[in-house]
Every structure is written in C-alpha cells, then in structure tokens.
Design a protein around this ligand. Structure first.
Ligand code: SAH
Length: 231
C-alpha cells in the first residue's frame, strides 16, 4: 500500500533523477512531470510501480504506458510551449497527452488555444484514457479520438493544421497523411524502424519539405493501420 503523499515524494524523486542525468532539460517539462500524477494513468494493479522508470502493461490490451525517461525525451524534442496545437497518435493511458496539455494549456481556462488531440485504435483504451484524464482534470485540454492515426486527424480549416505531431508507436515510416497536416516549421516526432527496434526521428517542415534529424534508439509497440504496420 502506497499513500497519496508518498506518490508525490516518489514523483519528485523521479523528476529529480531525470533532471540530474540531463534528460529533463527545460523548466516547462520539469513542471509538467511534477504536476501530472502517473499513478492515475497506470493500470490499477500497477500503481505501486508508477514511479519506476519503466514501461508498464496496460491490462491485457497488449499495449504499454511508455517509460518516463522516453516520454521526457519526446517532450523535450517537441519544443512545446503555450498555445500550440498538438496531435498525438497512440493515446494509450492518456499520460503523455496530459503532460503535453500541461505545457500547451497550463490552466483549465480558455486563455489560449493550446490543445492536444490524441488518437487511439484500441476501444478499451479510449475509455481508460478518457477516464484517467477526467479524474486528473485534463478533459477540457485533451480530446481523445477513436480511429486509425496513420491517417492523421484532418481538420477542415487551414489554420487548424497542427504545430506538433507525435507518434507514440513504432512506425515503418512517417505516415504520408501527416505531412499535409503539419504547419510550416512544425515538428513531427516518431519512432521509425521495424516492430522490434526503432530510431526516434524528429522531422521539421521547412519550405514544405520535411528535414530529418535522428534523436536516439528506442523500442515502442507497433503502429497498426493503413499507413503503418498491417494488423
Ligand atoms: N502515449 C501512450 C503510450 C502509447 S503506447 C501513453 O502515454 O500511455 C502506443 C499506443 O498506440 C497503443 O495504445 C496502441 O493501441 C496505439 N496505436 C497503435 N497503432 C495506432 C493507430 N494506427 N492509431 C491510433 N493508435 C494506435
């Protein structure tokens, strides 16, 4: 049995560790990690492991909540700031979506247009993520959408393109639909490789084309869909 106050101590220790090794670099990412309770996003029988720096299974869905250090690396590379519109592919538990929302829309008021839209293809996880975000107060800042994220989530208006797109599942390449849905100077971050090992790739849209930069090696569950891996 871990008590509530112990979780905040464990969270603080975890964040301090990630700062010490240089994975958390910015004040904003540090603040988000201190604020969002990971114990509310892990599967109920895994709460005691919430502050281990490890990926954890999400029940019997075959999917996982990513390890905190991996999420921290992604958040830093995304260069998030207040007011940005973010599309996430692979909501899973909703944890990374809540962290991103904490940066792009730090308060629950509508003072800026920062928002996170997160797509998920596993129905059970849609309910799980929505419930986790509701309990922790992120429902207004994160929209969870059911669907195949390899198609992106096109909005009708040009100004509704995304500033950032992050794929939290292993992809054979950057899905072609996403390129049209990112703004000029926007960033797409994705683990690119096979279903076993990938390289985290950061692509920035410059004069209509994507410029690629390799961040680090990583291991994610596969992105399954029309422009991802086949089911
Ligand atoms: N960001 C999550 C971790 C997600 S694990 C978290 O913080 O908990 C990757 C997720 O991607 C899984 O839940 C998986 O079901 C989902 N996924 C895989 N292919 C997908 C697709 N084509 N569209 C949307 N979600 C997908």
């Amino acid at each position: 049995m871990v008590f509530l106050k112990d979780y905040s101590i464990l969270r603080k220790n975890m964040v301090e560790g990630l700062v010490r090794v240089g994975i958390i670099k910015s004040k904003e990412v540090e603040r988000a990690f201190l604020k969002v309770p990971r114990e509310e996003f892990v599967w109920h029988n895994m709460r005691h492991l919430a502050y281990e720096d490890a990926p954890l299974p999400l029940g019997d869905t075959g999917q996982t909540i990513s390890a905190p250090h991996m999420v921290a690396i992604m958040l830093e590379e995304l260069e998030l700031r207040k007011g940005l519109r973010v599309l996430e592919i692979g909501a899973g538990s909703g944890y990374s979506a809540a962290l991103m929302a904490e940066i792009v829309q730090p308060t629950n008021s509508n003072e800026n247009k920062g928002h996170v839209i997160s797509i998920e293809r596993v129905k059970d996880l849609i309910d799980f993520a929505k419930e986790n975000l509701r309990r922790t107060g992120y429902s207004d800042r994160v929209s969870i959408v059911f669907g195949d994220g390899t198609l992106g989530y096109p909005e009708r208006k040009e100004e509704m393109l995304y500033d950032r797109i992050v794929i939290t599942a292993a992809s054979p390449h950057i899905p072609r639909y996403l390129k049209a849905q990112i703004k000029e100077n926007g960033i797409i971050l994705a683990p690119i490789g096979n279903t076993f090992m990938q390289t985290l790739v950061k692509a920035r849209k410059h004069k209509g084309d994507l410029e690629f930069h390799e961040v680090c090696g990583c291991m994610f569950v596969p992105l399954i869909g029309e422009d991802g891996f086949r089911p």
